[in-house]
Design a protein around this ligand. Structure first.
Ligand code: MF3
Ligand code: CO
Ligand code: CO
Length: 268
């Protein structure tokens, strides 16, 4: 049998993950004031490139995946109907857009991963409501878990909240364990399934919660030209928030808390 490293981190490994999460949050705070109308998503990427490099760390997204379709940029920028994995480019953010910026950094070999949806200027009630729902679902997912609890507690909390607001939860893309690898076990679906009802969140396990909430259908379409951009099938809006979480003996610890971003309970 293949021997696999335990997913349960030691005290020093937990501290390494805390440092990675803290830097990643600092990066998102650095980018934050620049996410506004008139800025291209490429300019946001360039800020990620520079801040990460100037601090001696590595952007995990750049070249992530396999040839010939490795991810070409250092963060994901997902605008309006883009659910996730939007590629920064010449798109100019405009009043009324919502854009998710997803950053992942490798700090001394360990990963921090998080994202926020930003409202650009004056947005529609629907855009604000779906953004609020994704944010609330992230925190409800975090609050639903405890050491020794089940991964499905996350999905149960998220689906019931999203559906009560008449929004849908994306199934094809999920949260994930992370550590020295970007994506590893356990899978963290934002809806309950057979596996998540079995998976236990032991102290020392590190993972993301990153619900993608859609205004309309939950179904997705992958852009066949770039092989990355994921959109809603009906073209309606989608929003997402993500944190890296460490389960401790005392409960979940959020490793990617920002100084300037929306805090628990925030109203958009
Ligand atoms: N940051 C994304 C996540 O939350 C993954 C992006 S992979 C990339 O898991 F290649 F698109 F960058
Ligand atoms: Co992630
Ligand atoms: Co991410």
């Amino acid at each position: 049998m293949k021997k696999r490293k335990s997913l349960r981190l030691s005290a020093s490994e937990r501290d390494a993950m805390r440092r990675a999460g803290a830097f990643n949050a600092e990066l998102l705070d650095f980018v934050r004031p620049h996410v506004k109308a008139g800025v291209t998503t490429e300019q946001i990427d360039q800020l990620v490139v520079e801040y990460t490099r100037d601090h001696g760390h590595i952007a995990a997204c750049l070249n992530y995946g396999t040839y010939p379709n490795a991810f070409p940029k250092s963060c994901c920028t997902s605008v309006n109907e883009v659910i996730c994995h939007g590629i920064p480019g010449d798109y100019v953010l405009k009043d009324g857009d919502i854009v998710n910026v997803d950053v992942t950094t490798i700090v001394d070999g360990w990963h921090g991963d998080q994202s926020e949806t930003f409202l650009i200027g004056d947005v529609s009630d629907e855009a604000r409501a779906v953004t609020q729902c994704a944010f609330d679902c992230l925190y409800l997912g975090i609050e639903a878990i405890q050491p020794g609890g089940r991964v499905s507690d996350i999905g149960d909390a998220i689906v019931s909240e999203a559906e009560s607001r008449h929004f849908s939860v994306v199934r094809e893309f999920v949260g994930h364990g992370l550590g020295m690898k970007f994506h590893q076990e356990p899978s963290i679906p934002h809806y309950p399934n057979r596996q998540s009802r079995l998976d236990i969140i032991h102290p020392g396990i590190c993972f993301t919660i990153e619900p993608m909430i859609n205004v309309g259908t939950r179904h997705t379409v992958l852009d066949s030209r770039d092989g990355w951009t994921v959109r809603t099938r009906d073209g309606k809006l989608s929003a997402q928030f993500e944190h890296t979480i460490l389960m401790t003996e005392d409960g979940p610890e959020i490793l990617t808390l920002t100084k300037d971003g929306p805090q628990r309970g925030h109203k958009f």
